[in-house]
Design a protein around this ligand. Sequence first.
Ligand SMILES: [Fe+2]
Ligand SMILES: [Fe+2]
Length: 337
Amino acid sequence: MYTQSFNVPDADAPSGAPLKAVPHDTALQAHFDAVIDADGKIEPRDWMPEAYRKTLVRQISQHAHSEIVGMLPEGNWISRAPSLKRKAILVAKVQDEGGHGLYLYSAAETLGTSRDQMFDALHSGKAKYSSIFNYPTLTWADVGVVGWLVDGAAIMNQIPLCRCSFGPYARAMIRVCKEESFHQRQGFESLMTMMQGTAEQKAMVQDAVNRWWWKCLAMFGPPDADSPNSVQGMRWGIKRISNDDLRQKFVDATVPQAEVLGVTLPDPELKWNEARGHHDYGQIDWDEFWAVVNGDGPCNRERLATRVKARNDGAWVREAALAHARKQQQRAMKEAA
Ligand SMILES: [Fe+2]
Ligand SMILES: [Fe+2]
């Protein structure tokens, strides 16, 4: 669903090893700089500075983790969807998120890190993923609001990543963004239906909006003044638009949608600023945000435990698939001999 919109350092998570030891060479560095300056693409076979590679491994793996952990809050509602149609849509959406995780793990693997290393970092709590998925989905309206606001914030953040300087990441994002836009629209449409329903249904939507709004604003990461890594990310063509600018774009795009829907966004300071040509909005609770990022959200432990259990429960499938692949390979070699 979703990218970690900002780069938080993982607690000494492995960042993979270079594919081969490459001596630092000024000619290679100059070529890399020229490609970046020309807005070209760096591919896995190309020389790249170690810091660029490490930054990408961290960002892409955090993004991949966010996609697969992001399957859990909505997965919670698959068995309780109110109709066959809503269930089919939700199954498809959650499956899309699993696919996003797979593209992204594959993109990170091209940088020399293994999937096992990335999973170990996630499961041991060293690697970060998006803080938003550490909140519970309490009612069916949360599923619609997650689609509308969380996937909406993800699109804002991921569209500039389609132009990321690292080829495999940029190409994965093009496909991901197409699916995210479906996710956002299905969420909005589901809420629209509820808002034409009973007073209880409308109240349920408003309650979900109240609980998710501020967390979605925090998804874009700390204010620019507190994001020292952003400048380097911009220089490398990894990050294209700053956290605050993306957040502003999200607020400006969402306010008219909330009006169409007939819900109130829970911020008394939210108002159009004619001089700036943007909406002003209130203060985000960054203490809460950092507490959740650092493991103390309402569902952090539950989410990790679910992922670890899934990994352990699936061990026999991976073993069987590997044994089957080995057998096929041996047979092919025997036939070729
Ligand atoms: Fe996704
Ligand atoms: Fe999504």
